[in-house]
Ligand binder design. Structure first.
Ligand SMILES: [Zn+2]
Length: 109
């Protein structure tokens, strides 16, 4: 599965539609194409033991986002106020954009 085909991008607002975080929304901070997964800001937090490092000077237990399968998230449409399926279309200038299949609203600007 390619990310291109999945129509999902960094900074997209998404809703988790399955799994323990179901119904929660957040912004995609990272897409992991190899795993067909995304990291959503402050969602699917897991506790990890962290050795002291540059970033975490004292180490200990930190909370970190775990990847969520792309199949478990859907992009939110501002107009529909909910998760929707996206389509792709080409605008006049030849620019490819994603749009909401429900209301037709263009997601990319
Ligand atoms: Zn819509």
């Amino acid at each position: 599965m390619s990310v291109r085909k999945l129509k999902i991008k960094k900074d997209d607002q998404v809703m988790v539609v399955s799994g323990k975080e179901r119904g929660k929304t957040g912004k995609i901070v990272r897409v992991i194409p190899d795993k067909a997964a995304v990291i959503v800001d402050k969602l699917n937090m897991v506790k990890r033991h962290q050795k002291p490092s540059q970033k975490y000077k004292h180490g200990g237990i930190i909370e970190k986002e775990a990847p969520i399968s792309i199949s478990n998230v859907q992009v939110l449409c501002e107009k529909c106020k909910g998760p929707v399926r996206l389509g792709r279309k080409t605008l006049g200038e030849g620019k490819m954009v994603r749009y909401c299949k429900k209301c037709g609203e263009v997601i990319d600007r």
